[in-house]
Design a protein around this ligand. Structure first.
Ligand SMILES: NC(=O)C1=CN([C@@H]2O[C@H](COP(=O)(O)OP(=O)(O)OC[C@H]3O[C@@H](n4cnc5c(N)ncnc54)[C@H](OP(=O)(O)O)[C@@H]3O)[C@@H](O)[C@H]2O)C=CC1
Ligand SMILES: CC(=O)[C@@H](O)[C@H](O)COP(=O)(O)O
Ligand SMILES: [Mn+2]
Length: 380
């Protein structure tokens, strides 16, 4: 039986992780669940899975949850509650499914406690990849990718020698606007940006898919997870999201991982690795799909991806600035305060305003992240 804590249990990844657990209940015990403000769903999950710790974002939310839960469950809140859920509930594996850079601190806490990490929160590696990978190595802790592309690469690299890898290729669906020109992006609405063609995900990542910032974050995530130079990380448009990513070797052999676009497959692999188990997700039927399509990536069409490559290559503070500017701009877009194309303008402005410099501690990352957010909020 594996003991698991889930940070962000009420979100898209969190609820699908619980679905994987529900499908194979003898194998898992849930140690802790942490969420933001969705008290009703968290309480429902706690009554079903009986963790010893739950945490919510605020004291008020935690008090409301406590009034609905039995005495045996400790109800915590805020950053301290998150850290306790990550590090104090005895989990062997912590699934990090918070959205955004607020996931960094609790991921570090899980690693410091010696727990393996099922990493969905890609912003952690984008902003703190240099610290988190070093810490995980020092503690002998595995970071198991949940992100579908990185799970695919993880599976393709199984048993291979790193020296034999020529390049990795991340596939990109193109998101909600894959068939629009840049001119056609001027007046797109929030509702249109949230209509991802293949995946049902949280709002922030769905907008990131539409701007291609998601693939930019994933390029940086792959750089840290697989110690891969940016020159050896490619992106290929693949509208069907059936090939989740691939690895090309020195002999020009290419190994790809395929499956239906259902996150329960990569989530489950992070939970069961190195074993495989029957999945609640449907099987892939290539004959029914018939054809798969591919298009080259155009960095002029997708400046967010170009800026992510540049920020990743520059290193130091640049990916932190890219990530914080993107998060704050997407929040503003979702609130209707800025237009879709102003997301990329905001990132460009922040990368100009904050030239790359070394950032070597978690505290310095958090401080820079907050400064960039303040600047974005103050724009216009
Ligand atoms: N969804 C997907 O298919 C994929 C997601 N990812 C990555 O996984 C991460 C999660 O994405 P996704 O599940 O889509 O996001 P969602 O928005 O669906 O879920 C976010 C979760 O974070 C919780 N949360 C928000 N604020 C706080 C807070 N202050 N304290 C504690 N918890 C908080 C939310 O709680 P509440 O709802 O209760 O407020 C919710 O449980 C992201 O980094 C994303 O990029 C990667 C690959 C695929
Ligand atoms: C499911 C998953 O891993 C997402 O990150 C997905 O990759 C988003 O799709 P895009 O390829 O459109 O970014
Ligand atoms: Mn992905």
């Amino acid at each position: 039986m594996k003991t698991i804590s889930i940070l962000g249990s009420t979100g898209s990844i969190g609820t699908q992780t619980l679905d994987v657990i529900r499908h194979d209940p003898e194998r898992y015990r849930v140690a802790a669940l942490a969420a933001g403000g969705n008290v009703e769903l968290l309480v429902q999950q706690a009554l079903e899975f009986r963790p010893s710790v739950v945490s919510l974002a605020t004291k008020e939310a935690a008090e409301r949850a406590a009034s609905m839960l039995p005495d045996g469950i400790r109800v915590l809140h805020g950053e301290e509650g998150l850290i306790e859920a990550a590090a104090g509930a005895g989990a062997e594996l912590v699934v990090t499914a918070l959205v955004g850079s607020r996931g960094i601190r609790s991921t570090i806490a899980a690693i410091e406690a010696g727990a393996a990490v099922g990493l969905a929160n890609k912003e952690t590696l984008v902003a703190a990849g240099h610290l988190v990978t070093k810490l995980a190595e020092a503690r002998g802790v595995s970071i198991l990718p949940v992100d579908s592309e990185h799970s695919a690469i993880f599976q393709c690299l199984n048993g291979e020698r790193r020296a034999d890898v020529k390049k990795i290729t991340l596939t990109a669906s193109g998101g909600a606007f894959r068939d629009r020109t840049r001119a056609e992006l001027k007046d797109v609405t929030v509702e249109q940006a949230l209509a991802h063609p293949n995946w049902a995900m949280g709002a922030k990542i769905t907008v990131d898919s539409a701007t291609m910032a998601n693939k930019g974050l994933e390029v940086i995530e792959a750089h840290w997870l697989y110690s891969m130079p940016y020159e050896q990380i490619d992106v290929l448009l693949h509208p069907e999201s059936i090939i989740h990513s691939m690895v090309e070797f020195t002999d020009n052999s290419v190994i790809a991982q395929l499956g239906v676009p259902d996150m329960r497959i990569p989530i489950q692999y992070a939970l069961t690795w190195p074993e495989r188990r029957p999945s609640p997700a449907p099987a892939l039927d290539l004959a029914a799909i018939g054809r798969l399509h591919f298009r080259p990536m155009d960095l002029e069409r997708y400046p967010c991806l170009r800026m992510a490559y540049e920020a990743g290559r520059a290193g130091g503070s640049a990916p932190i600035v890219f990530n914080a500017a993107n998060e704050a701009a997407v929040e503003r877009f979702l609130r209707g305060e800025i237009a879709f194309l102003e997301i990329e303008d905001t990132i460009a402005a922040m990368l100009d305003r904050f030239p790359p410099e070394p950032v070597d501690t978690y505290e310095a990352i958090a401080e820079l992240d907050a400064r960039v957010r303040r600047e974005v909020t103050a724009l216009r």
